[in-house]
Design a protein around this ligand. Structure first.
Ligand code: ARG
Ligand code: ZN
Length: 475
């Protein structure tokens, strides 16, 4: 498989192991569901909490790759909403918690499953602001996800010589206490201390604040799973993007020269996308290519690229692949700036549009002929099947499968054919603009497409997203 081989690799496993995974979920949900659990995502019923909204996280981390010990002090600032809370529960697993403070005062807490429950002395009033500080330490443990076959585990991934956090869709609570669902986007400050000569990096704009400490600020709301930290031996390659956008690339120390040429596509494609779907949404960009030791020690990291906000992650080599580089870059608009409302119903437009951007890259480089050839190959591979991929409603195990990537990408191609270039990009631009820094769903696509097209577009989306038969491409 060409451009999507790297990410597509997850596909075959998830398809084979699907029955096993869904059994596990039914079992778990029946036993673990407590009254305060779950923000309401049908695919991940116990994830998150709808009783409050985290607005900002301050993560103070101290990590020593030699001992693989993480010491953390995490403050979640939030607002209680909509009813008073007698228990504040957050998603969190692993580590030893030494203290929890609520609004500065020591608070009692319990832990069970993947929840940390804090009991305020008296209920928190509806609408009140709170600060929850959790102090913990230990050796980070990997966690799994219903979206991934059991051999893939993520969260804070330690490897000999460093660590990198890879968490999509629901593994962030394996290393920090959070409301671990896309409906609760928040801003982040991440302060990381590691001994020399390790380099530390996280999302947003970084500065050095001490001999071995850096501070990164992400001032636009991000998904918990799109927050990353990398500690390792990195060399740095800087670039400048459109409108003086600072771009910082972290590549394995000593391999810098191998990446100079492949990374040239980034500023060009930022410009290309900005011209079509709107300005790049964050104050900085960059990439982290983690070293061989990382991908050798963890299956998930073997083949992974991930759109962590403003600074996507790449397995070694995958950031030399222009299609993969541009795919994760496109996610900055689609997935990071505008995010899902629930995983199963919205992942198609996140992965589908990022995959579609690989066709746009072919078009940027080789014009219409190259674009048509890429589409033809993708459509041929699926139209030979008796069943359509119908990407619109996916079980956890299919979230990162051909169904979302190729089914979603072809849906965007069909939309472009139906509307023509001008109206198609108008729809995408309006979608990103209207929902920037928030969440959106298929309803929002239908609404904007209908308005731009001047005709009811629901039948079109029904066919491409939910129909059983392989749809015919509009002529
Ligand atoms: N969003 C990633 C991509 O751009 C998906 C990688 C699949 N693995 C995962 N843990 N989510 O393709
Ligand atoms: Zn993707």
């Amino acid at each position: 498989m060409r451009g999507y081989g790297l990410r597509g690799q997850v596909v075959s496993f998830s398809m084979r192991l699907r029955p096993l995974i869904s059994l596990g979920c039914t079992f778990l949900c029946a036993f673990a569901l407590a009254q305060d659990d779950g923000i309401g995502d049908p695919t991940f019923p116990t994830l998150g909490n709808k009783g409050y909204k985290a607005t900002h996280y301050l993560l103070k981390l101290n990590y020593d790759p030699e001992t693989a010990q993480l010491k953390a002090n995490v403050t979640m600032e939030g607002v209680v909403d909509p009813s008073p809370l007698s228990t504040l529960s957050v998603d969190f697993s692993g580590f030893t918690v030494s203290a929890v403070k609520l609004n500065g005062a020591s608070a009692t807490f319990t832990r069970s499953g993947a929840k940390l429950r804090v009991k305020p002395a008296s209920p928190l009033a509806a609408g009140s602001k709170f600060a929850l500080e959790t102090i913990y330490s230990g050796k980070p443990e990997l966690i799994g996800s219903a979206a991934l076959p059991p051999i893939y585990k993520g969260g804070w991934v330690a490897y000999p010589g460093g660590a990198v956090a890879a968490c999509e869709p629901d593994m962030s609570h394996g290393w920090f206490p959070c409301n671990d669902h896309p409906l609760n986007k928040a801003t982040f400050d991440v302060e990381i201390t590691a001994p020399r000569p390790y380099v530390t990096v996280s999302n947003g704009i970084g500065k050095t604040i001490g001999p071995t400490t850096t501070h990164f600020t992400l001032d636009k709301p991000a998904l918990t799973c799109m927050v990353t930290v990398a500690v390792g031996k990195y060399g740095i390659l800087k670039q400048v993007g459109p409108n003086s956008l600072p771009i910082t690339n972290y590549v394995p120390l000593g391999t810098e020269t191998q990446y100079i040429e492949p990374l040239q596509v980034t500023p060009k494609f930022i410009q290309y996308l900005s011209d079509r779907i709107g300005p790049y949404p964050f104050a900085s960009y960059g990439t982290i290519t983690f070293p061989d030791e990382a991908s050798k020690s963890n299956k998930l990291l073997e083949v992974m690229a991930l759109e962590t906000t403003s600074i996507p992650l790449f397995s070694p080599g995958s950031s030399k692949d222009a299609a993969t580089l541009c795919h994760e870059l496109t996610h900055q608009w689609m997935g990071d700036c505008v995010s899902v409302t629930n995983w199963g119903d919205d992942i198609w437009w996140v992965e589908g549009f990022a995959q579609y951007s690989e066709f746009m890259l072919a078009e940027m480089n080789g014009g219409k002929a190259a674009y048509d050839a890429a589409i033809k190959a993708a459509y041929a591979s699926v139209s030979a099947q008796s069943h359509w991929l119908k990407p619109g409603h996916l079980p956890a195990a299919d979230m990162f499968s051909l169904r979302s990537y190729i089914g979603g990408a072809l849906t965007f191609h069909a939309l472009r054919k139906k509307l023509g270039d001008e109206k198609f990009f108008q729809v995408v631009r309006q979608f990103v603009d209207k929902h920037r820094y928030g969440n959106a769903s298929v309803k929002d696509w239908i609404e904007i497409a209908t308005q731009v097209a001047g005709e009811d577009m629901k039948p079109f989306f029904d066919t491409w997203l939910y129909g059983d038969a392989v749809p015919k491409l509009p002529s």
